[in-house]
Design a protein around this ligand. Structure first.
Ligand code: ADP
Ligand code: MG
Length: 265
């Protein structure tokens, strides 16, 4: 406990095309912890992930985002990525004509990291093996004709290759098959072990959390944070759904103070 805060946002509100979506969001994620963000469809979970990463689609109308001690609220997404923030998309892109291998090379170089060809090849082939991914995939066009499970493997490969300080993983709403679920679980486990990673997992699939040691759960409804608690909250949501939180939405008025962050320092 009492570890340093890696990501902190305070009074964060955001809008798209003049429509207000996020309202006064407070969130604090200490270095090395695994946090989960849950909430019904349309609650604003993906929007929060995108706003934290600096997606220009959304306008931050108030509040601030601090990452690793730096105010990143106005920073471009690629600069946030350089600082060590990572967001996996709910719907990963397909880029016909670009082999996965070249894409991975480009993102490593985009980070300003120097890696010799041989070292790079060894690294990605090793990671592919760890993730049970046929190395032949590395030479296929990015995402084209990949199954949901294969796309998830590519995402986890990116995560383990980039070793960001914070990984925000936005899970697909359409549901993952058993294979994809185990890939994501394994990827998260490896990320925590190999690079002491910090996680914000956005999901309403509690099965994905079975193998994850969760430190804190945040619940969002209608663009607001309505609850925060320990890992046990997941089982509660599993059994009772979001209804009781939905009744709270709109009345919740979080103060942006130390108290609002509970025991987190
Ligand atoms: P969740 O991920 O919790 O299901 P989202 O963040 O995707 O929720 O969406 C929250 C709300 O914001 C929804 O009402 C959605 O329609 C709206 N929204 C999100 N992104 C956009 C956008 N780019 N343009 C218009 N509305 C959006
Ligand atoms: Mg979403």
């Amino acid at each position: 406990m009492a570890s340093e805060s890696l990501l902190r946002c305070c009074g964060l509100s955001a809008a798209v095309e003049g429509k207000s979506i996020l309202h006064d969001i407070d969130l604090n994620i200490p270095q090395g912890e695994a946090h989960v963000l849950m909430g019904p469809n349309g609650a604003g979970k993906s929007t929060l992930g995108h706003v934290l990463m600096g997606d220009p689609t959304y306008e931050v109308t108030s509040g601030e985002i601090l990452f690793d001690g730096e105010d990143v609220t106005e920073l471009a997404p690629h600069k946030r990525s350089h600082l060590g923030m990572f967001l996996s998309f709910q719907a990963p892109v397909e880029i016909p004509g670009v082999p996965l291998r070249s894409f991975l090379r480009a993102i490593v170089e985009g980070q300003g990291r120097k890696m010799k060809n041989k070292e790079f090849r060894k690294k990605i082939e090793g990671l592919a093996k760890t993730l049970d991914m046929d190395p032949a995939y590395l030479d296929r066009e990015l995402g084209v004709g990949f199954s949901g499970g294969e796309k998830k493997k590519v995402e986890m490969l990116q995560l383990l290759l980039l070793e960001p300080k914070l990984a925000i993983l936005d899970e697909t709403d359409s549901g993952l098959d058993v294979d994809a679920l185990s890939v994501v679980s394994r990827g998260m486990e490896l990320y925590q072990k190999t690079c002491e990673g910090t996680l914000l997992v956005i999901t309403h699939n509690t099965r994905i959390l079975e193998r994850l040691d969760v430190d804190r759960v945040h619940v969002m409804v209608q663009g607001r944070m309505v609850a925060e608690g320990p890992a046990e909250l997941i089982a509660d949501i599993d059994a009772n759904g979001f209804e009781r939180f939905e009744a709270d939405a709109g009345t919740n008025d979080f103060e942006c103070s130390e108290a609002a962050f509970g025991e987190a320092k």
